[in-house]
Write a protein that binds this ligand. Structure first.
Ligand code: PLP
Length: 225
């Protein structure tokens, strides 16, 4: 619907199922509609679910806060890590990938709302961060990811998404090695239409498909967990 309103081709926007807390049968049912992307927030949950779902042919994206001590496991189960947001994490991923002699698709997570509670690189620090990541030739950077402001006026939410798009356009001009940035992963159940309007190529949707979760999102977005 948002595509018709904004004149964008629906084929340009991929739907990623945000499946935290969702049961295997419910995910299978959604996948049977032809959706090809699944996103998990916790490495433990990804590791438990991916083996049971991989025969459905979906790609698994990691979209949660990633601790460096989970790097080995996340590389085992994920096809793309959307939440790379700091140098020590990028370095650990690279070291492990060198050891395994392979590469991994990643995205850089940006804190476009500048809220202290959110993870992600500050927009002003992104260019330097990207240049440092480019040194790690096992990391294939496919785009940028952000979480918009919650419960805010649409104009402010829109600003977050616009910021991400502009940052991507600027970064593309550097032609950094290992960077082939096609993706803008932005927009969730409450703000996906605005995100599509601002150029999202991946929207990450949970509640609008699976219903309300029993845990508050802070449980999933808290570094301590
Ligand atoms: C849970 C989650 C989503 C989906 O949120 P909904 O509001 O349920 O659509 C998207 N992105 C991330 C990073 C999430 O943790």
């Amino acid at each position: 619907m948002a595509c018709t309103c904004t004149g964008r081709d629906i084929a340009e926007v991929k739907l990623l199922l945000a499946t935290k807390t969702v049961s295997i049968p419910d995910i299978q049912e959604a996948l049977s509609c032809g959706i090809g992307l699944v996103g998990e927030n916790k490495v433990q949950e990804l590791a438990a679910k991916q083996p049971l779902l991989k025969q459905e042919g979906a790609s698994f994206h990691f979209i949660g806060h990633l601790q460096t001590n989970k790097v080995k496991d996340v590389l085992k189960y994920a096809d793309c890590i959307q939440s790379v947001d700091r140098l020590d994490l990028a370095k650990k991923l690279h070291e492990r990938l060198c050891f395994e002699n392979r590469t991994m698709d990643i995205m850089l997570q940006v804190n476009t709302s500048a809220e202290a509670t959110k993870f992600g690189v500050h927009p002003g620090a992104l260019a330097d961060f990207a240049k440092q990541v480019a040194v790690f030739d096992t990391l294939k950077v496919k785009g940028l990811m952000t979480i918009g402001l919650f419960d805010a006026e649409q104009a402010r939410v829109r600003n977050c998404f616009r910021t991400l798009r502009v940052l991507k356009e600027r970064l593309q001009q550097y032609n950094l090695p290992g960077f082939d940035m096609q993706e803008l992963s932005m927009g969730m159940s409450n703000d996906l239409e605005t995100a599509i309007d601002e150029g999202a190529t991946i929207i990450r949707v949970g509640t609008a498909i699976f219903g309300k979760r029993i845990y508050p999102d802070s449980y999933y977005w808290n570094e301590q967990q």
